[in-house]
Design a binder for this molecule. Structure first.
Ligand SMILES: [Zn+2]
Length: 123
């Protein structure tokens, strides 16, 4: 957002549209006494800010929401999960069970092991 003469969105009661509104200074002699807000679609004027139906004031959703933020990468949690014996190249699977080829003990696919070495991707 920039300051100054920025445009803002209104739901105009003149044309019934969501439109941009333009603030125009009102002068009394040489003195600025206020601003009127002018619909850029139909030209309807609102005498003061409090009479102007700004979208932000009536709870209209903002243009940019949480959904526009990039999704958090899930790589790290996946990496962590893949350090278990089920992903290790030392894992030996036979009809009697699955065994860690380094420690030569039975193991679960979800066990974490200090000898972990990731096996090649299956095709
Ligand atoms: Zn209008």
């Amino acid at each position: 957002m920039t300051s100054g003469t920025r445009s803002r969105e209104i739901h105009c009661s003149g044309c019934g549209q969501d439109a941009l509104v333009r603030a125009e200074p009102v002068y009394e002699g040489f003195r600025k006494v206020g601003e009127v807000y002018c619909c850029t679609t139909c030209g309807k004027q609102y005498a003061s800010e409090s009479e102007t139906p700004f979208l932000s004031k009536i709870g209209h959703p903002q243009v940019f929401t949480e959904a526009d933020r990039p999704a958090a990468p899930s790589i790290f949690s996946d990496d962590e999960r893949q350090r278990s014996c089920g992903w290790c190249r030392h894992m030996v699977v036979n009809p009697f069970g699955q065994r860690c080829g380094v420690k030569n003990r039975f193991t679960e696919a979800t066990d974490l092991c200090e000898h972990f070495e990731k096996k090649a991707e299956r095709i």
